[in-house]
Design a protein around this ligand. Structure first.
Ligand code: FE2
Length: 593
């Protein structure tokens, strides 16, 4: 059975721009962002890629035409051969009725209600409805799809299925929390023998979205909501935990069944006024580092308190040992670690597709039937395009007036040569194998450096990433070495950078480049089976330097998608002061450098 999952809407950016005044990247950040496609054949995900990696439009919500074409071509499959097309949104007529009642029952003035009904009507008929989704597919692919082959999977179910599949499909309690799905923002329940039971009384409506509230504070702090929440999380580490939190006293109400109500006005000036009042801020203070740290700490504390409240209810309602957490909120690795360590759960999984890229995988897996997964299946994030040696050489030839290169004979010598470069304080672009899926670079499209140098963060920020100096860089380490360097708590591995760990005291001064201000690190663990090239490089680097890990950051500049092709890598290399670029067995330098 062949199932194609895909997420994205041709008209999303245009409609959100025109009807709701969304501008810039914000036009892509409402519904359908992180457009992607995933192909499942006989129960196994064989290919998946985000549209942004191919179209080069960051976080695009567009119909994923490039991603679909690449997934099908990579497996030699035609659209005619696909049995089911799975889409991770189900705006049924019942959902439309709820949208209408939500507006009618609101306390908006009558004229504003009519406006909202008109906008919502146009959005629904032009983009969200089952008919619009079907038409979009036909128009963009030219394929006369049998309507019975289009499966609309509720958004949160797609999130859950992505996490369940990638965790191996066993029994688990689950929490899904994001900005918004069709009408809800968070659900919890349990998965037993492949059957999903949602605890309906604990569901949280969209109007109380924790993700949206965190996004509004993100914006208040001058960042892009629904995009830069990790910056707020990073900033929070600069201050002590708050002693009392006005957000929990005035904005959030926790209910006994695990749900909650969050009241933040939708209107931008209104929520700025509320936050100024709660935090004692004004336009000047919002620019001050200490004030921003304080507010970030309160926002982060709110997320931790609300998710802990949900986990308490989930623990009481389900006797299972393992927790799956998916949805955009699950990218908050600081909260994730606290959720696990402070709960009775013995295991917790957050997938590499936890935010919206994963719903293309989740929809496909759901339509394919989770229980059909082969027992010996391997889980890997390296699901995207790879390029053979001929393609790499073609790209190098194209840039031959600006770069020169040497070819190492084999994988062992490329690892040794790269380790030597890293030991010598060089910043290296590392490009190997298939592109990783999801928002994090997991060692196939990464910029690597030696974390032993105290000034390496500043060097990368200045020469390559041009990002805020307060943001930490993360280490990648062999799974077998990780417990020696980090206090892993209940975790034994963390292959997707979805948890944060205290760096053991004796190592904090040895890897200052990968240690955050609070002594923690969002480590990625890797083993031979998951990524042989990266594991080999880590062994070669540690043998040479006695430094147990590498600094690993995504191979891109701020605002651009992570590189995908050798040409993308060469462009990024030439536009920055990365010292060396390693693609497969080729070690590339800039001419005249
Ligand atoms: Fe989502």
């Amino acid at each position: 059975m062949i199932v194609l999952g895909y997420n994205g809407f041709s008209r999303g950016a245009e409609l959100f721009g025109r009807l709701y005044g969304a501008t810039g990247v914000g036009r892509n950040l409402l519904v359908g962002h992180d457009a992607a496609a995933a192909l499942v054949i006989d129960g196994e995900v064989v290919a998946a890629v985000e549209e942004e990696r191919l179209s080069r439009v960051k976080k695009t919500s567009d119909f994923p035409a490039h991603a679909i074409t690449w997934c099908l071509n990579s497996a030699g499959v035609d659209l005619d051969q696909v049995d089911v097309f799975a889409f991770p949104w189900r705006f049924s007529s019942a959902v439309a009725e709820e949208m209408i009642s939500g507006i009618c029952d609101s306390d908006l003035p009558v004229a504003a209600k009519f406006d909202a009904l008109r906008s919502t009507g146009e959005l629904y008929t032009g983009m969200l409805s089952p008919d619009a989704v079907y038409q979009d597919f036909v128009e963009r692919t030219g394929h006369e799809l049998d309507p019975n082959k289009l499966a609309l999977v509720p958004h949160h179910l797609a999130h859950l299925m992505c996490g369940a599949y990638l965790a191996g499909g066993g029994d688990a309690a689950f929490l899904v929390s994001d900005g918004r799905a069709e009408t809800l923002s968070s659900v919890m329940g349990e998965l037993r023998n492949g059957v999903v039971r949602q605890f309906d009384e604990s569901a949280v409506p969209m109007t109380s979205s924790l993700g949206v509230a965190f996004g509004r504070i993100t914006r208040y702090l001058g960042f892009v909501p629904n995009n830069d929440e990790y910056k707020v999380m990073g900033l929070a580490a600069y201050g002590p935990p708050p002693r009392h939190n006005p957000l929990l006293e005035r904005v959030v109400r926790l209910h006994e069944n695990g749900s909650y109500t969050i009241s933040v006005p939708r209107d931008i000036p209104a929520y700025y006024a509320l936050f100024d009042e709660l935090f004692g801020g004004d336009s000047e203070k919002r620019e001050q580092f200490d004030f921003r740290v304080k507010v970030a700490g309160l926002a982060q504390h709110m997320v931790e308190a609300v998710t802990a409240h949900q986990v308490r209810a989930l623990t009481a309602a389900s006797g299972l040992d393992t927790l799956l957490f998916e949805g955009g909120l699950a990218l908050n690795c600081v909260a994730n670690t606290k959720m696990l360590e402070r709960s009775p759960f013995t295991g917790m999984e957050v997938s590499f597709g936890a935010s919206d890229p994963g719903v293309a995988i989740g929809a496909a897996v759901y339509a394919a039937g989770l229980r059909n997964r082969p027992a010996d299946a391997v889980t890997t994030p390296y699901l995207g395009p790879s390029y053979d040696e001929g393609q790499v050489q073609d790209a190098l030839a194209e840039y031959a007036d600006r770069v020169e290169w040497q070819e190492e004979p084999d994988a062992a010598s490329i690892a040794d040569r790269t380790a030597e470069l890293l030991a010598g304080k060089n910043v290296v672009g590392w490009f190997q194998g298939r592109t990783e899926f999801g928002p994090r670079a997991l060692g196939n499209r990464s910029i690597l450096a030696n974390p032993a140098f105290p000034d390496i963060k500043d060097i990368i920020n200045l020469r390559v990433k041009h990002r805020e100096p307060f943001r930490p860089f993360a280490p990648v380490i062999l799974e077998s070495e990780a417990p020696r360097v980090f206090s892993m708590g209940k975790k034994t591995s963390s292959p997707y950078m979805t948890f944060v760990f205290p760096v053991r005291k004796e190592y904090q001064e040895r890897i200052p480049g990968a240690c955050h201000v609070d002594g923690t690190a969002r480590a990625q663990t890797v083993n031979e089976r998951q990524n042989p090239a990266l594991a080999r490089l880590l062994r070669a680097f540690t043998a040479r330097t006695d430094v147990p890990c590498l600094l690993n950051t995504s191979f891109n500049v701020a605002g651009e998608p992570i590189v995908c092709s050798p040409r993308d890598a060469l462009e990024c290399f030439l536009a920055t002061e990365i010292d060396y670029l390693v693609i497969d067995r080729f070690v590339i330098t800039k001419k005249g450098s």
